[in-house]
Ligand binder design. Sequence first.
Ligand SMILES: [Zn+2]
Length: 411
Amino acid sequence: MPQIQSFDLLLRNARLRGGQGLQDIAVRQGRIAAIGPALAGTAVVEEDAGGRLVLPGLVDTHIHLDKSCLLCRCRDAGGGLKGAIAAVSGLKRSFTVEDVYQRGARTLERAITQGTMHMRAHVELDPLVGLRSFEAMTRLKRDYAFAVDLSICVFPQEGMTHDPAVELLLIQALAEGADLLGGCPYTDADPSLQMERIFALAVAHDVDLDFHLDFDLDPSWSHLEEICRRTMAAGWQGRVAVGHATKLAAIDDAALARMIVLLAEAGVGVTALPATDLYLNGRDLKHRAPRGVAPLHLLAEGGVTVSVATNNVLNPFTPFGDGSLIRMGNLYANLMHLGPESFGDCLDMVSTGAARLMRIADYGIRVGGWADLIVLDADDEADAFGGIAVPLMGFKHGRKSFARPAATLLR
Ligand SMILES: [Zn+2]
């Protein structure tokens, strides 16, 4: 007589992407042990997805928790990107560890209940804020590990090569647990030297890289080719990403085709931040403002790893945001004229594609993968993505990490 299997969790009646009938997902020791219709067995916890769509926990490759929720302190930047940097720079000296922690926690909790289970937090280091934001981030990483894997990317938002203290802060943060390094050459007095130093640090400390790059619509110059060249020279293919790259929305077809080949060859991933890219770009063109968002779907067709992410929430860079990655993917699809036939590809930009960009091991709903699961209030992919369905519950490594009851009408 076959032995009855016992599991830690049985999530019953899940609808999976591309799947036909309903499936049960069985979890043991944090990983998916079995997937199949009407699985036999017992479990410590049994939940019913009720035929709803179940996705792997979503992946936010680019968010600034340290400067989120600042609208009450500086409502109107008014000056586009430069104005936003200046507005936050003016506040940074007064940031305390507790303040950054509280604001970051508010945004992080919203993101968790919107289904995010992996996140790359970009954290500013400079003599103004020292290591205070970084320290708050390490505490958030520890305190919210039950629900989200937080990866900390430290970077010099306000330049690096003008002051040796900035590089020392980056090195100290790496010694104290930062997971990877970022750069922001366009704000540096010597962009090329910043890229050189950041790559040297990445190789010396064996960490991945994620740059803020090419954040305007001027096609006459770009740092992207230099990043690709340095990536190949360092042997860092697959370990480098860039965020924004909005110049890709402003160059002509032939130049874009060349860049796609180069990005794919160099293994450099690209992240679009549509909420910020739309809000800050093209202001001088008033009612004729272009979209100003990198055309990720074209990059993906050419073999480039791409993701859509949140960037800023409720601050002068982006006075919007509820932490929903499905909303970001939906916004991207909408502004790129992409319909239901492309919804799956856009969903990949906040899930499997984003996981590839962050090199997350064992991602996805398959036997042996981590049981990071969210149940969306929708019964298929198009409905979930087009309708920005809310997650009703999530399981991090098989343990229920949040619940968000569906709305109820009271007639
Ligand atoms: Zn950013």
